[in-house]
Design a protein around this ligand. Structure first.
Ligand SMILES: [Zn+2]
Length: 243
């Protein structure tokens, strides 16, 4: 059994041992030529599951199925979230919470496949209602499933939601703290681990150009937590401190 949690001087609650965190390969997108990352050719869509002592917590649910617009634009290869969870020993009925980094189509597409409450920032619900922001049916749920938070929130011991606006107005990250480790699930706070390392955010990855300073500020707030690892939505490379 995990021992008692302890508090850090900056208020972060740290579990005695770090919960296991598994990466979920949720989709692969072909990037159209107008896309800012078109030179990469394709884009991995990654989610994560944190095996928290209170129950599994899923971070992002990937791309949904069967949307004509998304199929035409990105020719996605979509993997079932439920199958991916089963591969790492999680029955989807046991998931206690979903956290959406943001509500773009490739981060919330399979929310409806699970029954757990979905934690999202208030600002993200607002922007997700704007035309063209997302695929509305993937970003829509019965009211009782939403858990709308505003700013940083302790979801459980060792599990903090950190508001990291920039890529979208209500983007959030998750910080998992246990033992000597502080793991950032950064979502799309940066697109790559290399950007996280250098403290930069690509201009093309922010909501609008005016959000770039906000995105940089969010990144600096995450780095100030002295993480020991950081994991991302679209880059399989993990970040670790240089020493
Ligand atoms: Zn996005």
């Amino acid at each position: 059994m995990p021992g008692p949690a302890r508090g850090r001087e900056d208020g972060l609650v740290v579990l005695r041992t770090l919960p296991r965190i598994d990466r979920l390969e949720l989709a692969e997108l072909a990037l159209p030529e107008w896309h800012p990352r078109a030179a990469d050719g394709s884009c991995a869509v990654l989610g994560y599951v944190v095996h928290h002592p209170d129950g599994p917590v899923v971070f992002d649910t990937g791309v949904g199925h069967g949307n004509e617009l998304i199929d035409d634009l990105y020719h996605p290869t979509v993997h079932d979230l439920v199958d991916r969870l089963a591969e790492v020993g999680v029955d989807e009925r046991d998931v206690v919470a979903i956290v959406c980094s943001h509500l773009h189509f490739d981060h919330c597409g399979q929310n409806a496949a699970l029954a757990a409450p979905v934690h999202v920032q208030a600002a993200e619900r607002v922007v997700a209602a704007e035309p063209g922001f997302t695929i509305p049916e993937w970003a829509t749920l019965p009211d009782e499933r939403w858990r709308v938070v505003d700013g940083d929130t302790e979801l459980a011991d060792g599990l903090r939601l950190v508001a990291t606006p920039g890529h979208t107005p209500g983007h959030q990250s998750v910080v998992v703290a246990g033992g000597a480790d502080v793991v950032v699930l950064g979502g799309q706070c940066t697109y790559t681990a290399a950007e996280f390392a250098s403290g930069t955010v690509a201009e093309a990855d922010v909501h609008e150009p005016s959000w770039h300073p906000t995105a940089l500020d969010s990144l600096h707030r995450l780095r100030a937590l002295r993480p020991t690892r950081a994991l991302f939505s679209h880059d399989r490379t993990e970040w670790a401190p240089a020493d």
